[in-house]
Design a binder for this molecule. Structure first.
Ligand code: NAD
Length: 298
């Protein structure tokens, strides 16, 4: 299967490299030339546009920031739709609005091009390891056709439903992650102000019911005051906006999500939009007038 890959950022680059390592031939495109050069050095061929990628490959993978970028690269001038042959498959692994996945898939279907939405969870470390969790929407037959390729980038690939279901699942994932980080932040600020070392709190509770993958990943970072991304607050704002839009479209009140969204908006106003989402704790630290650090209040 000839594979094309569009979008070589924090996530796309290591994902594409894993496909190369697995022995696939790969043709790549990004609007930033330096990203393309790095992949060419790793053994990929360079294409000059998404149309170019689509014309020469049967499977086209996109890993782009948000819905407008995917629409532009797939449906815009020089886009995938202009080059792709009937029967070829687009797998969009970006985290975008589920409604946008439906719109893009409907346009592609008019030309006989199949599509799956297949966003991921796990961040850059798991993209590098090839152990992402991949959540997929689309036809089962199409999923079965590309599943082996997906499993070169992920430890799991689960078909969640029809097209759009992958991104609905990703929104659920992002709500749970955001609310967990906010809960951890409230708890650590409270413990610190009450005079208990938050590192001891973390060590005492991580094996109990409050323990989680989020806690294990983020607590060690925030206890050092380390907010290097990882997953930027501005990308999480994008995901929560898509969650709120989807909630309003479907008539689903999601109260806690809207609160964490406003916390992230406040951090953005404070210039912290490029911090890791673990940096949510800075909002609570400012309210309570304390810094959460190993050993207790700072
Ligand atoms: P990124 O901003 O690092 O990379 C996006 C890449 O797309 C960039 O290289 C950019 O130049 C390229 N691009 C933008 N528009 C383009 C176009 N029209 N044609 C070709 N290339 C174009 O973002 P990222 O962190 O790699 O995230 C990509 C997606 O994965 C996002 O939807 C994000 O929410 C999701 N995601 C990210 C993480 C993470 O930890 N970073 C984890 C899970 C999911």
């Amino acid at each position: 299967m000839r594979i094309g890959f569009i979008g070589l950022g924090i996530m796309g680059k290591p994902m594409a490299k894993n496909l190369l390592k697995a022995g696939h031939t790969l043709e790549v495109y990004d609007i930033v030339e330096a990203q393309v050069k790095e992949l060419v050095a790793a053994g990929a061929a360079a294409a000059s546009s998404p149309k170019d990628v689509a014309a020469r490959n049967d499977l086209i993978i996109t890993m782009l920031p948000n819905s407008p970028h995917v629409k532009k690269a797939v449906l815009g001038e020089g886009g995938v739709i202009e080059g792709a042959k009937p029967g070829s498959v687009l797998v969009d692994m970006s985290s975008i609005a589920p409604l946008a996945s439906l719109e893009v898939a409907a346009e592609l279907a008019k030309k006989g091009i199949e599509m799956l939405d297949a966003p991921v969870s796990g961040g850059e470390p798991k993209a590098i390891d090839g152990t992402l969790a991949i959540m997929v929407g689309g036809k089962e037959a199409v999923f079965e056709k590309v599943k082996d390729v997906l499993l070169k980038m992920g430890a799991s690939a689960v078909l969640c439903g029809d097209i759009g279901a992958g991104n609905v699942t990703k929104l659920a994932n992002q709500i749970i992650v955001a609310l967990n980080i906010a809960a951890m932040s409230e708890a650590f600020v409270l413990a610190t102000k009450a005079g208990v070392d938050p590192e001891r709190v973390f060590n005492a509770i991580k094996g109990g019911l409050a323990g989680s993958t989020v806690l294990n990943a983020k607590a060690p970072m925030v206890l050092e005051g380390n907010y290097k991304p990882g997953f930027r607050i501005e990308l999480h704002i994008k995901d929560l906006q898509n969650a709120l839009d989807t909630a309003h479209e479907t008539g689903t009140p999601i109260l806690l999500t809207s609160q964490v969204m406003e916390i992230m908006q406040a951090l953005k106003v404070d210039g912290k939009q490029s911090d890791d989402h673990g940096g949510i704790i800075q909002f609570y630290e400012k309210l309570a007038g304390v810094k959460v650090r190993k050993g207790g209040a700072k």
